[in-house]
Design a protein around this ligand. Structure first.
Ligand SMILES: Cc1cc2nc3c(=O)[nH]c(=O)nc-3n(C[C@H](O)[C@H](O)[C@H](O)COP(=O)(O)OP(=O)(O)OC[C@H]3O[C@@H](n4cnc5c(N)ncnc54)[C@H](O)[C@@H]3O)c2cc1C
Length: 296
């Protein structure tokens, strides 16, 4: 049986209390939210924190709200909450679609948005989806509060740019403007598994052209988990079958996947392109910008 190394357990009652406990226990302390990523890593001895600071008793971090053109998602909102939210489905269908294929109900009931982003797993679906949506995390640390774009949160696999004494309190997502929609496409070996490859596309259309677009990629080693060149190439263009084809090619070119038990690198690169095309086509169709989807 795999068991973690001994550790001290503390339960934080407020954000300030969590920060104080992080400071008290020093660099070997870690926050624990749902525990679905951290605890397995501790059992495998890939993580060996001397102290765990449990943030589940902190009030107010598990709300989803919309105000002034921004959706705010608390760091302790669970995958299950996000999946069940009508307001999320209304504004960001990509998030609902991504949540449907993240893990299984057991993980979704406890795993949190903040934990998912801070785990910084390169195959993490929410990091790709929220990166596509140009979300930011709000953090509080010893130096005060700051906002970090999700696209800049990861500092390599399983590493974030957060300081030791800093925690994410919420995620903010700008509501899309004009005719807009989003879609998430993921291929997995079996239900509940991590992605072989996944792509999430958010698109807004104004005056007949793509006014804004975000393309997030999971499990294919794209820089910052996005296809920035593909986004630049799509902006200002009239939606068409040819454009979708080109954007898919550029998304594939943004990747540098590894060959592993989920498949060879070339296959994953091909998937990144194909899944991006499918997600873009669906997002454009749902935004009312492609009326002849069958011809594509
Ligand atoms: C069987 C299984 C299948 C899975 N399948 C998928 C999948 O298909 N797709 C997918 O995307 N994910 C998948 N996951 C990952 C799952 O989504 C994450 O494990 C989980 O949501 C992470 O959230 P958590 O709250 O459990 O984080 P925890 O395990 O509690 O924490 C993870 C890390 O984040 C840090 N942390 C947590 N909260 C904060 C905070 N507020 N501020 C700063 N740091 C914080 C912790 O210190 C730790 O380093 C799977 C997990 C399992 C166990």
């Amino acid at each position: 049986m795999q068991v973690p190394a001994p550790f001290v357990y503390e339960r934080a009652t407020s954000v300030q209390d969590a920060l104080a406990l992080l400071a008290k226990h020093g660099p070997d302390a870690r926050l624990v939210a749902g525990g679905h990523s951290l605890l397995p890593m501790m059992k495998l001895r890939f993580a060996d924190p001397a102290a765990l600071i449990d943030i589940n008793s902190i009030d107010g971090l598990d709300q989803i709200s919309v105000a002034d053109g921004i959706m705010t998602i608390g760091a302790m909102v669970t995958h299950a909450q996000l999946l069940a939210s009508d307001v999320v489905a209304q504004h960001f269908p990509m998030l609902t679609e991504a949540e449907r294929v993240i893990a299984d109900p057991v993980v979704r009931n406890k795993g949190t948005v903040g934990g998912s982003l801070c785990q910084a797993d390169p195959a993490e679906d929410l990091s790709a989806a929220l990166g596509a949506l140009r979300a930011s995390v709000t953090t509080i640390g010893s130096g005060g509060s700051r906002s970090i774009p999700v696209r800049e949160l990861h500092d390599g696999p399983y590493q974030t740019v957060l300081d030791e004494n800093e925690m994410v309190t919420e995620v903010t997502v700008p509501l899309p403007s004009g005719s807009s929609s989003s879609a998430y496409e993921k291929l997995e070996r079996r239900v509940g598994d991590w992605a072989i490859a996944a792509s999430g596309v958010s698109v807004s259309v104004a005056d007949g052209v793509i006014s804004e677009i975000g393309i997030g990629l999971a499990a294919v080693e794209a820089p910052n988990m996005v296809a920035a060149d593909a986004e630049d190439a799509a902006r200002g263009q009239v939606p068409s079958a040819e454009l979708i084809e080109r954007i898919g090619e550029l998304a594939a070119e943004a990747t540098d996947p590894n060959t592993d038990q989920r498949g060879p690198a070339d296959y994953k690169r091909h998937l990144a392109g194909e899944l991006t095309k499918r997600a873009l086509r669906r997002a454009l169709t749902n935004a009312g910008a492609l009326t002849n989807e069958g011809a594509l």
